[in-house]
Design a protein around this ligand. Structure first.
Ligand code: ATP
Ligand code: PRP
Ligand code: NIO
Length: 482
């Protein structure tokens, strides 16, 4: 999506609330929102933050063009023309804090904090959640797949099955930042500098009289990167023997067969047999690629069965996050400007204690054990609380079960929310995608394997400060009294 039109990538109720604030004269009132998710996807022990690059571009391009205003005029005759004139000059003048892309994040942690005029903060909710939710979801799925694939090469093959073009492109980027090595999507390659890879389809083989001829013609056309798809007719009786005979002939002309691809059948059995056949032919360097509706479960299972696969092509299951197609991130008001111009913390009550919001503007820290270098827990506190920065002991309170608390004496603290926009100005320069990928790898090293395992991982904790708990308790009490 290009700059023109992004401003209407929002829900109608946001524009209606903006209008109602304008009618009430409260549209310039300052508020603070936080975006977070409540439940980890796929039963994973962590999520991988992604979406910030697109959010930055969105904020920078946020302006109502004449066609947008004309559309609003047509849609709602109640909108006062003076309101639309106000929109014409609207820009994002607030501040936005975010965790960096590639950071490991956990439920109820603010991934983004928006501070600014309510008219702006409300407008951006929908798009921010849209970008954050999808990209974080796919980065998390990709990180799970990378977790089981180890050092094998992972190729993203999902574009044809993605929920349309934007999802294919940004999903591919999310997959790459979380550990995939390449993509088949050429536009994603061009836009983001992701390495591209490709084999050939069954249609290539079908478009020739014989499989052998198809292999030969393909190899001659593209010497140096020849991967032959061997399952169009019969993998072991036809495909692999033909790939071997063509490979031998190519060798005489100095062309090397790189790999064969298996795309159906029992991938454990077929890959083992294929490996045997290639080795017997002395083609030890020829690699085996597997594809066919793979995900972290099938890849792990195939490895347990001894599959001899060097490289995995993963499409549908990754790009659609098929087993859990949404993250469910929310955007909640945590503070608003009072009459005296200072921020007052706000709370959203729920019958479910886990869903009661933690009020106020908060900083977030990752507390790290100085001896082991491993993360202990994450911690929210008010910015004015200085203990963490000074390194003096901190009291950790469980946000929904405050009787579960403890004192932490020795730690290192890393601040997780970094300023991205301050008073409308972008102050954060995005790292390159390669740097984000490296950062994600470093993030993984920060955690004990218990938190990273695919099945039944340990629950990594988020604590709040005592002051934060006091504020939350007071607001809950005040609400109960009412
Ligand atoms: N050894 C194995 N263990 C577990 N799962 C496997 C194994 N081999 C393949 N799979 C997976 O099983 C599924 C098989 O898919 P499917 O039933 O469509 O069969 P197919 O071999 O692709 O048949 P078709 O010829 O119709 O394409 C795929 O998700 C594949 O990744
Ligand atoms: O299974 P996925 O994880 O989504 O991976 C992508 C799939 O897309 C292709 O199949 P398709 O049937 O679309 O085309 P083909 O004729 O080239 O096999 C490819 O062969 C993979 O099987
Ligand atoms: O290059 C491939 O083999 C490929 C690309 C996209 C989808 N399926 C396979």
């Amino acid at each position: 999506m290009q700059s023109s039109g992004v401003v209407l990538h929002t829900d109608k109720y946001q524009i209606n609330m903006m209008y109602a604030h304008w009618v009430n004269g409260t549209h310039n009132r300052k508020v603070v929102f936080e975006a977070y998710f409540r439940k980890l996807p796929f039963g994973n022990g962590y999520a991988v933050s992604a979406g910030l690059e697109r959010i930055i571009a969105y904020i920078n391009n946020l302006r109502f063009e004449e066609s947008d205003l004309e559309y609003l005029r047509q849609q709602e005759e109640n909108y006062d023309p003076a309101f639309l004139e106000e929109l014409r000059t609207l820009r994002f003048t607030g501040s936005l804090f975010s965790v960096k892309e590639g950071t490991l994040v956990f439920p109820n942690e603010p991934l983004i904090r928006v501070e600014g005029r309510v008219i702006e903060a409300q407008l951006v909710e929908t798009a921010l959640l849209n970008y954050m939710n999808y990209q974080t979801l796919i980065a998390t799925k990709a990180s799970r797949i990378k977790n089981v694939a180890g050092n094998d090469i992972l190729m993203e093959f999902g574009t044809r099955r993605a929920q349309e073009a934007d999802a294919a492109l940004w999903g591919t980027r999310a997959a790459y930042l979380a550990g995939f090595d390449a993509t088949s999507n050429m536009l994603a390659g061009k836009m983001f500098g992701i390495p591209t890879k490709g084999t050939h389809a069954h249609s290539w083989v079908q478009s020739f009289e014989s499989e052998e001829e198809a292999f030969e013609r393909f190899a001659e056309a593209l010497p140096g990167q020849v991967t032959l798809l061997v399952d169009t007719y019969d993998t072991l009786k036809s495909g692999v023997p033909h790939a071997i005979s063509v490979g031998k002939r190519l060798e005489e002309h100095g062309i090397k067969l790189s790999a064969v691809r298996l795309d159906s059948g029992d991938l454990a059995y077929l890959s083992s047999k294929t490996r045997e056949m290639l080795d017997q032919a002395g083609m030890h360097d020829v690699k085996i690629v597997a594809s066919n509706d793979l995900d972290e479960h099938t890849i792990m299972n195939l490895k347990v069965q001894g599959a001899r696969v060097d490289s995995w092509g993963v499409g549908t299951q990754l790009i659609t996050a098929a087993d859990q197609p949404t993250l469910g991130g929310v955007y909640k008001l945590v503070a608003r400007e009072g009459e005296d111009g200072t921020y007052q913390p706000t709370i959203k009550i729920s019958a479910n204690p886990e869903k009661v919001t933690t009020p106020g503007i908060k900083d977030m820290y990752r507390l790290i054990d100085p001896k082991t270098g491993k993360a202990i827990a994450d911690y929210l506190c008010f910015p004015e609380e200085q203990q963490v920065i000074e390194g003096s002991p901190v009291h950790l309170v469980n946000p929904s079960h405050p009787y579960l608390n403890k004192q932490l004496e020795a730690y290192k603290a890393e601040s997780l929310l970094i300023p991205v926009f301050v008073d409308g100005e972008q102050v954060y320069e995005l790292p390159t995608l390669e740097q984000i990928r490296d950062y994600h790898k470093e993030q993984l090293k920060l955690f004990w394997p218990e938190y990273l395992r695919m099945l039944n991982p340990e629950h990594y904790r988020l604590y709040i400060s005592e002051d934060l708990w006091e504020t939350k308790a007071q607001l809950m009490k005040a609400y109960m009294k009412k």
